[in-house]
Ligand binder design. Structure first.
Ligand code: FES
Length: 115
């Protein structure tokens, strides 16, 4: 039987991402964007699904991240598209907070479903 926690990796410390901000972190060959929305942490792919832009360079408006390249946007907690030209939802990851660390499960989305 596989180790249930094998896909859970530490991304950063909670203090690395101030409230209302997003930062990119390299994790296991991927680059993830970690968001702190008033103390609630979320993680998504950092690369916009429209083209090659870093969402960590974008702007947070409430629970939406607006891409700096063509101003498309996504709902951070679910990854759904909010504004075109983005059409493909953003991949999300389940976040686990432990001690001062922010961990993500690379095999589960924000709703805890396998992906
Ligand atoms: S690259 Fe993000 S909206 Fe175009």
């Amino acid at each position: 039987m596989a180790d249930a926690d094998a896909s859970v990796v530490r991304v950063c410390s909670r203090s690395d991402v101030a409230p209302g901000t997003v930062k990119a972190f390299a994790v296991g060959g991927a680059t993830l964007a970690v968001y702190n929305l008033d103390g609630s942490f979320y993680a998504t792919d950092d690369e916009c699904t429209h083209a090659a832009a870093s969402l960590a360079d974008g702007m947070i408006d409430g629970d939406v991240i607006e891409c700096c390249m063509h101003m498309g946007s996504f709902h951070i907690p679910t990854g759904r598209v909010v504004e075109p030209p983005c059409e493909i939802p953003l991949r999300t990851y389940q976040v686990v907070l432990k001690d001062d660390g922010v961990f993500v499960d690379l095999k589960r989305n924000a709703a805890g479903e396998p992906q």
